[in-house]
Design a protein around this ligand. Sequence first.
Ligand code: AMP
Length: 278
Amino acid sequence: MDVVRTVGDLRARIGDWRGHGHGVGLVPTMGALHEGHLSLVRQSLAETNRTCVTLFVNPRQFGPGEDLSTYPRDEASDMEKVSKLGAHLLFAPTAEEMYPPGAATRVSVPGLGDELEGTHRPDFFTGVATVVAKLLLQALPDAAFFGEKDYQQLLVIRRMTADLDIPVTIRSGPTVREADGLALSSRNAYLTPGERAIAPALHRALIQVAEEVRAGGDPAAACKEATGRILEAGFQKVDYVEARDAATFKPIADASNPSRVLAAAWLGRARLIDNLAI
Ligand code: AMP
């Protein structure tokens, strides 16, 4: 596996693949790779001829006071993991390569990007949409792979890609979980052993909402009960538990259309997010 750090080298390598008629898959990540990321790499390897993994802790998607400086980083181990799987290229640019002095353009997705996560992290989706737009335009892959773990992010990326006519197919992969249901996340590393034991309560609460709504229960009432159960389990704060239409992201009144229940809650230093199909 080759490692490139500049947009010029990335384009040269992918241009070479194109010259040989290869289909190209892109898997954007912020590193500290776990099985969730690796499942997307496997999906790309299965669906395309050449896979490029990107590793970039994007400063623009962290708000003031968030965990940019402490976000887990382990490039050597990440490199080994993706190389072992058979990925063909790792793109690991510096912040200066991605945002040279004077870089000013931002991509934002009003509406979808202002709700739930957007309410609690006002700069987050503009940071994500900007960096993903750049990565897609830099690499111009046939397909790019994103996790359902970050469901609202997936919808924002689909909207942005369609709105900007970026000729890349957005593919998604299911959430990979620990045996006790906790969704894998680089931020799980922040949990103390005691907090780690409490953490699966978030997933359990979502399962209960999904079951209640499927059985005809009121989504808003089910989400309110779930909030209580998450706090009772030992989480300090619940940012939201909400049931939304899986495509339009509008609040739902029942389970007649495909929908998701989504939540974010604080446990010690970690802000955990999760979601489930209803
Ligand atoms: P991140 O490095 O956290 O920005 O995540 C990079 C990609 O991996 C995103 O598309 C995430 O949605 C995806 N991802 C993160 N955690 C998981 C997980 N537990 N299961 C599946 N995909 C995940």
